[in-house]
Design a protein around this ligand. Structure first.
Ligand SMILES: [Cu+2]
Length: 144
């Protein structure tokens, strides 16, 4: 799927907004419906695999190492306070060392492997992006 991309300035604003969104998502520590679990041990890393649809990829000439995905809910996502769950949302995923977006375009269905560490400081990065077959049925509101 080929669409004209946003201008670099708009793209940068988009990514900054997305980063803010993610910060908000991580900051949402209290949610009464979610069942609390034991807080993660200090320094522990959690790995997740989530499916979604690519909403933005950076222009190859632009130094942004982030892309955006409208991802399915992640019921097992461990928040900083140990409660569980991340809702379906569109958010930015920073690309980790060695992770590639080669061949990935806006509108593609993908599986994303990412990692979160809360201690000693919050870190979040993507290690793998794999394209899924176009006919993959995703549980996304408003998705085709
Ligand atoms: Cu999210």
């Amino acid at each position: 799927m080929n669409r004209p991309g946003p201008s670099p300035r708009r793209l940068a604003a988009h990514v900054i907004a997305a980063a803010g969104l993610f910060a908000c998502a991580l900051a949402l520590t209290a949610c009464p419906e979610k069942k609390p679990v034991e807080p993660a041990a200090s320094g522990s890393r959690h790995t997740y695999v989530v499916r979604g649809m690519v909403a933005m990829v950076p222009d190859p000439s632009h130094p942004i190492r982030e892309f955006m995905v409208h991802h399915e809910a992640i019921p097992g996502f461990v928040r900083k306070d140990g409660t569980l769950g991340m809702n379906e949302m569109t958010m930015a995923f920073p690309l980790g060392e060695g992770a590639s977006l080669a061949g990935i375009e806006v509108g593609d269905k993908v599986e994303v492997e990412f990692h979160v560490e809360w201690e000693p400081r919050a870190r979040f990065w993507t290690s793998r992006v794999t394209e899924l077959p176009e006919e993959t049925a995703l549980e996304l509101r408003g998705a085709k």
